[in-house]
Design a protein around this ligand. Structure first.
Ligand SMILES: Nc1ncnc2c1ncn2[C@@H]1O[C@H](COP(=O)(O)OP(=O)(O)O)[C@@H](O)[C@H]1O
Ligand SMILES: [Mg+2]
Length: 298
């Protein structure tokens, strides 16, 4: 499919559109013919059992993995085959499934690293420490402090990143991603391993990404209470295929989803559909709502 999005101008509403994405690793079809839209300012969740292909899909969108087929448009322009740094520059940032910080660097320096893509790349200028570079560095520092404010870490600016509690480390990764000035932020399991109050803090932060910064967010998330609370739309993958898509309500009542997710667990329906009272409580990751890894056969 090579039709330009400009033909119909849906890019006014749609920030990212992926069409027919496929990726095999040998015999394994990790991602199979997946279509995916992220609306401007949307919060979209991607869910599915372990091994479903969710992270591979993120890796395709960010240029880390080259798909076998499919097209990706961002802001109405095709971005297929672009290098990861170029895609970052175009406005797509991400965090990774496992925490990735420069542990021996300060919190502030970790954010400054994200800013780096915006600094002048002219080595001569850098070496000469020209006024302009100094100005740029000052702007980057100021911006980094603002981002630390935004994620609630300003007071920890001079702490070594490796000394931060886990939940703060994950918020620092968000600040670093924001330093590249994205329009779309991809979050790969941002609440995994968090305690209930850390999870509540992350949910609040994700909501503010849209409300205060106007970002679109695509997140891979296992905590169904988080998914149900913040998503406009939910897409479900299983064995590389997108098996369902819709509002959180539609998806959690979908029988294909219940089956894919939880096998034939008697509790599947209840786990995807927490009682209202429970759903309105503060997130509680110790509850029975975590998606379970499915035993992979073969
Ligand atoms: N670089 C790779 N080489 C080979 N297999 C991979 C690679 N990356 C992921 N896979 C496989 O692709 C499948 C989907 O993985 P992934 O997208 O990480 O799943 P998840 O939905 O849990 O994020 C898994 O079976 C995984 O082992
Ligand atoms: Mg994953």
């Amino acid at each position: 499919m090579t039709q330009d999005l400009n033909d119909t101008q849906p890019y006014r509403r749609i920030l990212l559109r992926a069409v027919g994405m496929s990726k095999r690793f040998g015999a394994l079809a990790a991602v199979s013919n997946v279509d995916f839209d992220v609306p401007r300012h949307g919060i979209v969740s991607l869910i599915g059992p372990n091994g479903a292909g969710k992270t591979v899909f993120f890796n395709i969108l960010t240029g880390i993995v080259k798909p076998d087929s499919g097209d990706i448009w961002f802001n109405g322009k095709r971005i297929n085959g672009q290098r990861p740094d170029r895609i970052t520059h175009l406005g797509i940032a991400r965090t990774f499934q496992g925490i990735r910080l420069f542990k021996k660097m300060t919190v502030l320096d970790n954010v400054l690293v994200g800013n780096h893509t915006h600094l002048s790349r002219n080595l001569f200028e850098v070496v000469m420490r020209s006024m302009r570079v100094q100005d740029e560095e000052e702007v980057a520092r100021k911006r980094s402090f603002e981002l630390l404010d935004f994620v609630g870490l300003r007071a920890h600016a001079n702490t070594e990143a490796g000394d931060l509690p886990y939940g703060m480390g994950r918020r620092l990764e968000v600040a670093r991603a924001l330093a590249t000035s994205p329009q779309l932020l991809l979050l790969d399991e941002p609440t995994a391993g968090m305690n209930p109050s850390e999870t509540a803090g992350m949910v609040d932060l994700i909501s503010r990404l849209r409300r205060d910064l106007g970002l679109a967010v695509l997140l891979i998330e296992h905590d169904m209470k988080v998914v149900m609370r913040i998503s406009d739309r939910v897409s479900v993958m299983d064995y590389g295929i997108k098996i369902a898509e819709g509002s959180p309500d539609e998806v959690r009542r979908n029988s294909l989803v219940i089956e894919a997710y939880l096998g034939r667990s008697a509790n599947a329906e209840r786990e995807l559909n927490p009682p209202e009272a429970e759903a309105n409580q503060e997130p509680d990751t110790s509850g029975g709502l975590q998606m379970r890894p499915r035993t992979v056969t073969g």
